[in-house]
Design a binder for this molecule. Structure first.
Ligand SMILES: [Zn+2]
Length: 286
């Protein structure tokens, strides 16, 4: 006799022996009765990543496919799962986590290509593959380098190399502000603005915006200095504004801005909304 009724997340049938069930996600207390149920539960996400790749290739006008033997492909897939050179983490607005594994392999004419896997992780191991693809174009590969690097070479001039210990209460505060700003942005965002799924392509503008902004606004919110940096930039010849909203932290002889939230936009109304506080810096243009 079981004390509790535990059901499969997909088919809702009772799971008699929890030890024989399948769990694929560290961050979601969901179990499945069989492989088939995992597949059908994630079917729409699998299709999403497939469509996303098609749209990305179309937008970048990048259509070359890497042609390799099926058996070699299989071994490259296993190698990337087992020991990826780069691991990137991404969190959707509901808090679900996705992992992107990247491995560079040699290709004909002394070039290389990337094997890219999008998967779920359970017990620190890839547990379910949502999508995989192969590509050479840097813009294409960079799309799959998402918001947070878990493993791999450190970015050369990222702010992350500053070994500052940030108190937990500030980290919590940043987390709360991030959700607030995110909700505000989604509410005000117009349909014709840059799509949310393309945001990772723009993340490379974060450091540049902080280091060399066109404008910086500052305001005090709950005793904290909120700093908004804006930069006009170009991606594939399309102009847009990049926003980094951060919290200014003062150390003894150091002042840093911890990014809370960043986004690209082409919408002047959204810019007006986020240009909060007083303008403390404006780049002189010639
Ligand atoms: Zn089931």
């Amino acid at each position: 006799m079981n004390r509790y009724r535990v059901t499969c997340t997909n088919c809702k049938n009772s799971v008699e022996d929890v030890n024989k069930s399948i769990i694929v996600d560290d961050h979601r207390p969901a179990l499945f009765c069989c492989e088939k149920c995992v597949d059908s539960f994630y079917r729409s996400e699998i299709e999403h990543f497939l469509t996303q790749e098609k749209e990305l290739r179309r937008d970048l006008q990048y259509f070359d496919k890497i042609i390799i033997d099926d058996q070699i492909k299989e071994s490259y897939l296993k190698e990337t799962l087992k020991d990826p050179q780069e691991i990137w983490e991404d969190t959707n607005p509901l808090g679900d986590k996705y992992y992107y594994l990247l491995n560079e392999f040699p290709y004909e004419d002394q070039t290389t290509f990337y094997f890219i896997i999008i998967c779920k992780v359970f017990n620190s191991k890839p547990s379910f593959i949502l999508h995989y693809t192969l590509g050479q174009d840097q813009r294409f590969v960079n799309f799959y380098r998402t918001s947070k690097k878990v493993k791999g070479e450190e970015p050369k001039d990222g702010f992350s190399k500053e070994q500052m210990v940030i108190p937990q209460e500030i980290l919590n505060e940043i987390q709360v502000l991030r959700s607030e700003y995110f909700a505000q942005m989604l509410e005000l965002r117009k349909d014709r603005d840059i799509k949310y799924e393309y945001f990772p392509l723009y993340e490379k503008f974060l450091t540049e915006t902080l280091d060399n902004p066109d404008e910086v606004y500052e305001q005090v919110e709950n005793d904290k200095i909120i700093s908004t940096s804006v930069k006009t930039a170009y991606l594939n010849e399309e102009a847009f504004f990049y926003y980094v909203i951060g919290m200014k932290i003062k150390e003894v002889d150091n002042e840093v801005v911890l990014p809370i939230f960043s986004f690209p936009t082409t919408d002047v109304d959204l810019c007006k909304y986020f240009n909060k506080g007083s303008l403390i810096h404006k780049k002189v243009r010639n």
